[in-house]
Design a protein around this ligand. Structure first.
Ligand SMILES: [Zn+2]
Length: 401
């Protein structure tokens, strides 16, 4: 290569690396400056199993205060999650209250770093001084039991959204994961729960619901609804856990927002197919064992089944690009006012895009949106503006306690 050309290519490399560096700086600044709202982080559930102080660096966690600050995360909905098994054994109310106690303890330990956010009106005031705000979202309506008064009880404890069902049909609604549905919509109690949530100003979350339950939840609600962590089914045909185009349109038509998750199981089509196959395989396994029992034979071993399944289905990978594809698709389908983020950090066993491993990585997500040509005003909507608009509308629609 001639010296002049060498010099020119060195110069262009320099220009390129400077512009890459400055693009990252711009993304970092925007992540810090914009209000970032993540509607689904499973930190409370992890705390129940293995305590750590999330006010300081917690090595094995995807959410803690230093990481949230580094990533520019401002409003982190803490998932008060209870399982289908806890619903069945009657412990869901107890577990949910313990988790909320845990969040209150965290805030009391670090009142300068955290606050529980119960109204969008308080956000700016509480953010002052560098706090990260922790609204509570209840994943699974199981803790309500069959007592409508518990909606008010959990509202008073700070819960501001309820995902009506989770991995199994419950007293309120059907689950997308259930192979056989119970209500084909909402139960009568479920319709009253939605009415009571509207009355108090708790957001109705249609993530995890079966299609018929989601449709009825949307049509029953007087105010906009959210899908707090739902990828688009367009990429994973037949996977009911991800939201269909029709239901996403109904959420948007109501003024609501679909918050896209980062978990590999939702955004990688092969991983979603594995999940679906797994549910069917478990169902077959249970049927086989029921037959064996009827014939007086010894049951097959579940641990052996699980081990064989894991060996045959290694963990898949996903990418930042796949997470961004979700946003692109949602924006094309619904418009930029109806898409946001519900990462599922701390809830997917670390199965996340290599570039989005913790809440500290939000600037990479922002840089990705910028690289795809999104305007700053639109990025701000996606990062949190849309969700705050919906929450404000739900609160405005409330008819008081
Ligand atoms: Zn979930």
């Amino acid at each position: 290569m001639r010296p002049a050309r060498l010099a020119a290519s060195v110069l262009s490399l320099l220009v390129l690396s400077v512009s890459v560096a400055s693009a990252q700086d711009v993304a970092h600044r925007l992540a810090q400056d914009a209000l970032i709202v993540d509607t689904h982080i499973d930190a409370p559930g992890v705390l129940m199993d293995k305590w750590a102080d999330l006010g300081v660096e917690a090595r094995d966690r995807e959410f803690d205060y230093p990481k949230a600050r580094a990533g520019g995360l401002d409003v982190a909905f803490m998932s008060i999650y209870t399982s289908h098994a806890q619903d069945n054994d009657g412990t869901a109310f107890q577990v949910a209250n313990r988790m909320i106690d845990g969040m209150e303890a965290l805030v009391q330990r670090h009142p300068d770093r955290f606050a529980i956010l119960t109204s969008p009106r308080d956000a700016q005031r509480l953010l002052a001084g560098g706090r990260v705000l922790l609204p509570l979202g209840m994943e699974n309506g199981a803790p309500l039991g069959d007592d409508l008064a518990n909606v008010k009880f959990f509202f008073d404890r700070g819960v501001r959204y309820i995902t009506l069902a989770h991995s199994g049909n419950n007293r309120i609604a059907d689950s997308s994961y259930a192979l056989e549905k119970r209500w084909n919509g909402l139960s009568q109690f479920g319709r009253r729960v939605v009415g009571e949530m509207n009355r108090l100003g708790i957001m109705v979350d249609v993530s995890h619901l079966s299609d018929t339950s989601a449709r009825e939840a949307i049509s029953t609600s007087r105010v906009p609804v959210v899908a707090t962590h739902s990828a688009f089914r367009h990429f994973t045909p037949g996977f009911e856990r991800n939201i269909s185009d029709d239901i996403a349109r109904a959420v948007a038509a109501k003024g609501g927002v679909v918050q896209v998750p980062f978990g590999t199981a939702f955004i990688n089509p092969d991983s979603a197919a594995d999940t679906q196959a797994h549910f069917r395989a478990i169902d077959d396994f249970n049927k086989r064992n029921a037959d064996r029992k009827a014939r007086g034979e010894a049951p097959e071993d579940r641990a052996a089944f699980d081990k064989a399944w894991s060996a045959a289905h290694p963990v898949r990978a996903s990418t930042l690009a796949q997470a961004l594809d979700q946003v692109d698709y949602g924006v094309k389908l619904l418009g930029v006012d109806h898409v946001g983020i519900g990462s599922d950090f701390d809830g997917v066993d670390g199965e996340l895009p290599a570039e989005l491993k913790t809440v500290a990585d939000f600037p990479r997500f922002v840089a990705g949106l910028q690289a795809r040509g999104y305007r700053e005003a639109d990025i701000r909507k996606i990062l949190g503006g849309n969700l705050m608009r919906v929450w404000t509308a739900v609160e405005a629609g409330a008819r008081g306690p």
